[in-house]
Design a protein around this ligand. Structure first.
Ligand code: SAH
Length: 221
């Protein structure tokens, strides 16, 4: 826990009111959220809103997800501590920091170089050493580090990208918002041998996944 953290009270309250009260009770997840300074990841002018119950702008036209969505998507991966995780859409780096506490190592891919650079800088300042930030098209996954025990996509895709399913380890879990501009469904995919299955959970609203298996800007501006 940080000392002299002016946002600690806000953060503890966020976890109690937005996460625990909505039924996410995994103690490792709650501890991680209590210890991860979300305000450090957002732009200066957004800091005072960092623990509010909503997404926030992070630059390059992108957003950091609402805390509850970060928590829900993390809990769906069912991380036990030993996993190698892939995140698509590093953005601010906050979600990657949460995953880093809950798993063994994290690879995260971001297509906007300024966001990737900023995420690298903040993760280093916080001393988080088990995250590797890559700049590139994450809709192709990150084949050189595959397979992954868990994959999280934090941007909305037209359909689950086949390369991501291909890079999912046996028994692995993949969480992804699927749908078009406005509203998408959050899907949880699991691999059992050659067989991949999914269930649809709740409706969500994310920025678009771009790239080879993402949305074209003519289809979603
Ligand atoms: N997880 C982030 C929020 C991500 S917002 C956080 O905790 O702050 C979605 C991000 O996905 C954006 O930063 C966007 O630039 C990125 N993105 C969209 N398409 C991508 C692609 N094909 N490859 C990598 N990143 C992508």
């Amino acid at each position: 826990m940080e000392t002299n953290d002016p946002f600690e009270t806000d953060r503890l309250q966020m976890v109690a009111a937005q996460i625990e009260r909505r039924g996410l009770l995994n103690e490792r997840l709650l501890t991680t959220l209590r210890q991860t300074p979300r305000h450090v990841f957002v732009p200066d002018e957004q800091r005072s809103f960092a623990y509010e119950d909503r997404p926030l702008p992070i630059g390059s036209g992108q957003t950091i997800s609402q805390p509850y969505i970060v928590a829900l998507m993390t809990s769906l991966l069912n991380l036990q501590g030993g996993e190698k995780v892939l995140e698509i859409g590093a953005g601010s780096g906050y979600q990657a920091a949460v995953l880093a506490h809950m798993a063994s190592s994290v690879h995260t891919v971001e297509r906007h170089q300024p966001l990737a650079d900023h995420a690298i800088q903040i993760l280093a300042i916080l001393g988080i050493q088990n995250v590797t930030v890559h700049c590139g098209d994450g809709s192709l996954g990150w084949p050189s580090a595959a397979p992954f025990d868990a994959i999280m996509v934090t941007a909305a895709a037209p359909r689950v990208p086949q390369p991501l399913l291909d890079q999912l380890a046996d028994g692995g879990r993949l969480v992804i918002p699927v749908g078009s501009s406005g509203v998408q469904e959050l899907q949880l995919w699991t691999r059992d041998g050659e067989n991949c299955q999914h269930e649809s959970l709740i409706q969500v609203s994310f920025v678009p996944l771009r790239g080879a298996h993402g949305w074209d800007s003519s289809e979603w501006r």
